[in-house]
Design a protein around this ligand. Structure first.
Ligand code: F6P
Length: 502
């Protein structure tokens, strides 16, 4: 563990018994301090730390070289060492890289967007009413989140659908409500080798009756064409974009169909503003950097094993699922970027759900359970609906929960004691728009990268997903009753049981 990371421990010990409201009161201006980047504000007032602990976090940022690390990211240096690639998702929406590599990536992105614009226009002029995005993980979760969150910004031209699970029930249910004569499918797969997408893609290709309205987005164009998608309907992706960072590329085709190219470009502009902010803002005022530092404080300083994301906005209900991939696939690592062992905790388990619904399901455990769960609360100041009483109630609940988590309540009856001391960050959007959503997602992307730098891990590979894929592939013949090589005895017994009942 680096000396700067180890230096958090004495502060955490010193603050063990501190009460969050006392920490707030002891620091003039803390309650009202709201960091801002465009339409997004962030209050860290209810985190469990004081000025000295904050200074230790800033020393950690310095020691880990966070500022130059962001420059390396934007300039397209090989931040993904195990796959020997840069991670240039920022070049998809902003042109802030100073290297030839980054500029070339940006130019490719702009060119691909122009091709996407033409395909959007052609589809708009066609008879198509429904579009199915076939993809999984990063080829599904980002577009699914944005299309759902920005439904009010939709052009209304198409109904968008998402098919991800290899479970045939998903395809069956979806297709039952669609007309093959008026449906188009976009097969989104960076590798064009993902089992789920190839199987669902084949189902759609057959159902559509040929390659008529089949589109693809992939970094493996030859494979997409071999699958039967006409060359002019395959949009590119590149090795230098990670799947879970790719919604800004042609992976966002479905987003552009839902909210129009203008809406898609506004989403990119919001992310671009966050790119500029993360490069320019000093560490103390830098939203992604502060978000990351407080994440590390809660994980390594205070030792909390999970982290909740609690959007108080129905439109952001899919955000926790999106962030599960972004955060846990990026930071779920147990060795350093150079392969050496690390001796400190990395990613917390991320989970969550929308308020106020979550208050009536798992909040009991958050208030009185034995584990402390730090949380990001996300609120939206201005609603897009006319129901003012509902909105006031929503915000009252949001504020009440953050207060109750932090401050608790002491009463005589032990069953009714709220211990408090539950830290939270409040992210406040002025309104939910393509710009603010783009900024919010980019904030989380940059926080993830910052945490990877602070922990010395690679945020852009995902070797942990490979073993299960390989074993599943090996088991396909056995499930079909064909002779295979030796199987694990438990797996063999379970296959027998499944075949006997199937
Ligand atoms: O789950 C592993 C993974 O490789 C993700 O990282 C990726 O987003 C997803 O599968 C889909 O991959 P592809 O876009 O290549 O189909």
């Amino acid at each position: 563990m680096s000396a700067a990371l180890a230096a958090l421990a004495p502060h955490a010990a010193r603050l063990a018994a501190a009460r969050i409201p006392d920490l707030v009161q002891a620091e003039p201006g803390r309650a009202a301090r709201m960091l801002r980047a465009g339409p997004i504000g962030m209050s860290l007032a209810r985190q469990k730390l004081d000025g000295d602990a904050r200074a230790a976090l800033h020393a950690l940022a310095d020691a880990a070289g966070l500022v130059p690390a962001f420059r390396r990211l934007f300039d397209g240096e090989m931040v993904n060492a195990s796959e020997r690639r840069p991670a240039l998702h920022s070049a998809l929406r902003s042109d802030l890289g100073t290297s030839d590599t980054a500029r070339a990536a940006h130019a490719q992105a702009v060119q691909a967007r122009e091709r996407m614009r033409a395909l959007v226009a052609a589809l708009e002029a066609s008879e198509v009413t429904d579009v199915v995005n076939v993809g999984i993980g990063g080829s599904d979760l980002g577009p699914r989140l944005v299309v759902d969150a920005l439904a009010e910004f939709g052009t209304g031209r198409f109904r968008l659908h998402f098919l991800s699970n290899v479970d045939g029930s998903a395809a069956q249910r979806l297709l039952a409500g669609l007309d093959p004569e008026r449906t188009a499918a976009i097969l989104v797969s960076k590798s064009f080798g993902t089992q789920e997408t190839l199987l669902n893609g084949a189902v759609l290709r057959d159902w559509l009756g040929g390659a008529g309205r089949l589109y693809a987005v992939s970094a493996n164009v030859p494979r997409a064409e071999a699958f039967g998608v006409a060359a002019e309907r395959v949009l590119p992706m590149w090795d230098w974009v990670g799947g879970r960072y790719s919604l800004w590329s042609a992976v966002g085709f479905s987003i552009a169909l839902a909210i129009g190219m203008e809406g898609f470009e506004a989403l990119l502009a919001g992310a671009a503003a966050m790119d500029a902010h993360v490069l320019e803002a000093p560490v103390e005022d830098n939203l992604p950097v502060q978000h990351a530092l407080h994440g590390v404080w809660n994980r390594n300083g205070l030792g909390y094993p999970t982290h909740a994301v609690l959007p108080y906005d129905e439109r952001l209900a899919l955000l926790p699922a999106y962030l599960q991939q972004l955060v846990m696939e990026s930071l779920g690592k147990r060795v350093a970027a150079d392969g050496s062992a690390i001796d400190h905790a990395t990613v917390p388990v991320l989970w969550g759900g929308a308020g106020t619904n979550s208050q009536h399901s798992f909040f009991q455990a958050l208030h009185q359970g034995t584990d402390i769960v730090p949380a990001d609360f996300i609120g939206v100041a201005r609603p897009s609906h006319p129901f003012a009483d509902n909105h006031r109630a929503l915000l009252a609940n949001l504020l009440a929960q953050t207060e109750a988590f932090a401050n608790g309540a002491d009463v005589d009856d032990p069953q009714k004691v709220y211990p408090g001391g539950r830290p939270s960050t409040l992210l406040l959007l002025d309104a939910l728009t393509p710009e603010s959503l783009g900024g919010l997602i980019a904030l989380y992307e940059h926080s993830v990268y910052a945490q990877s730098v602070l922990w010395g891990i690679n945020a852009f590979d995902q070797w942990g997903v490979e073993l299960g894929k390989k074993i599943a592939g090996d088991l396909l013949p056995a499930l079909a009753g064909e002779l295979t090589g030796p199987l694990d005895p438990v797996t063999a017994a379970l296959i027998d049981a499944i075949r006997a009942r199937g």
